[in-house]
Design a protein around this ligand. Structure first.
Ligand code: ATP
Length: 381
């Protein structure tokens, strides 16, 4: 299982420019999380701080009991080996073919023989759909292939934590859908903790278990996907809908006069830039048939049911609606407790009876059609 990452009060500035302050969140082990945020809010700086490439001003980032903000260089070097990082442009060496690019971390950081290295490199190239491209140079392949090659390289040291900085940037919607599926498939195969930084709302709606958003130099929220996707926080709604209308402006933040002017334009019939209402829960991507079920799914269900009563009502409703009959049995949620009967904050004892034991019955695969009922939300998470 992937490592947990516990971040507390993390604060970063460059000279007088504050980037973000007091960021506190936990990346649950083996789950997939997405960090959203308008351009320039410091998402990349956040990723770099998590692997110790940038030094935060204060706060903690604890991985396997080591606070990487304060630890020695030696410890940091050891902890970094737990990470696989996909940088925005793939960060491949232009003069090396894909085979050598992917083999690079193994040759640098391990004493493996070339025979062992070959086995690993070919396996990771196959996992990322790049078999047969070993001899190509990065300049000879498409942007999507470069991303996948970057991912293959990020995987060779069997990372427990994978960080992806805008894996969709520069890709068309179809290639983006493929890379989303690839990330879900990877998670099902290696159970790594994954954090994806993106602006892409489709990725945010379909891939992660958890979503956070950086805005106005703070973490606006971080938690189960249902929280952000049902949020009526103006900045979150505006961001999800890609609308000009709302507090986010061209350069971060607008004043109230500007917001009033824009509202007046829209009231007078001008388009606000959005195409449709993107809030709400849509089905989460499942691993490609034939791959194992994501181990994080069950762990996450237990975790989320334990904190259910602390979540906003709309998120509670969405989570309850996503439960299967087996889940309801497990958590002691009777149909009578079901959403319609309990609008608003649900009492903990009504919903969250998480057994201490493991899961008794093997759950059917999520893509089992017998689990689909008319009118039932299928955002399994
Ligand atoms: N090494 C650095 N030194 C000084 N300022 C920096 C450094 N790295 C980033 N910044 C500044 O930090 C701010 C946040 O940058 P960052 O790239 O993290 O934003 P982002 O949210 O990832 O943006 P985008 O979505 O456009 O990629 C920017 O104002 C940037 O200029």
């Amino acid at each position: 299982m992937g490592a947990e990452v516990v971040i507390e009060g993390l604060t970063k500035s460059f000279g007088k420019q504050a980037i973000w302050r007091d960021v506190t969140l936990t990346l649950p082990p083996g789950e997939v999380s997405v960090m959203l945020g308008p351009s320039g809010t410091g998402k990349s700086v956040f990723l770099k701080s998590m692997i110790g490439l940038l030094k935060p001003d204060r706060g903690k980032c604890v991985i396997n009991g080591v606070d990487i903000v304060k630890c020695s260089e030696h410890k940091l070097y050891e902890i970094r080996k737990l990470f696989g990082v996909l940088f925005q442009d793939g960060a491949l060496f232009g003069s090396m073919n894909l085979y050598d690019n992917v083999a690079f971390p193994l040759r640098e950081h391990t004493k493996k023989s070339e025979t062992e290295i070959r086995k690993i490199v070919l396996e990771k190239l196959e996992m990322t759909g790049l078999s047969g491209t070993e001899k190509k140079l990065p300049g000879e392949i498409s942007g999507g292939m470069r991303k996948r090659a970057g991912l293959a390289r990020a995987l060779v040291l069997d990372p427990e934590i994978i960080l992806c900085d805008e894996p969709d940037s520069g890709l068309d919607p179809v290639r983006t859908a493929y890379i989303s599926q690839l990330l879900v498939d990877l998670n099902s195969q290696i159970d790594a903790t994954i954090l994806i930084v993106t602006h892409n709302i489709n990725v945010a709606r379909t891939v992660p278990d958890n979503i956070g958003m950086l805005y106005r130099k703070e973490l606006v929220m971080f938690g189960p996907r249902e929280v952000l996707l049902t949020s009526d926080e103006p900045a979150v709604e505006q961001f999800l809908n890609g609308s000009r209308l709302g507090p986010i402006g061209m350069s971060e933040e607008k004043d109230s006069a500007q917001m009033a002017r824009e509202q007046a334009h829209v009231d007078a019939g001008h388009h606000d830039g959005s195409t449709e209402d993107m809030r709400g829960i849509v089905p989460q991507l499942q691993p490609t048939p034939g791959l194992p079920e994501r181990k994080a799914v069950r762990r996450r269900k237990d975790r989320v049911m334990q904190i259910l009563h602390t979540l906003p009502p709309a998120a509670q409703e969405a989570i309850l609606q996503s439960l299967t009959p087996e889940d309801r049995l497990r958590y002691g949620v009777q149909p009578g407790h079901y959403v319609g009967a309990h609008r608003g904050q649900l009492p903990t004892e009504a919903v969250a009876q998480v057994p201490r034991s493991g899961w008794r019955d093997p759950q059917p695969r999520v893509d089992d059609p017998t689990r689909r009922r008319p009118g039932h939300q299928q955002g399994r998470s």
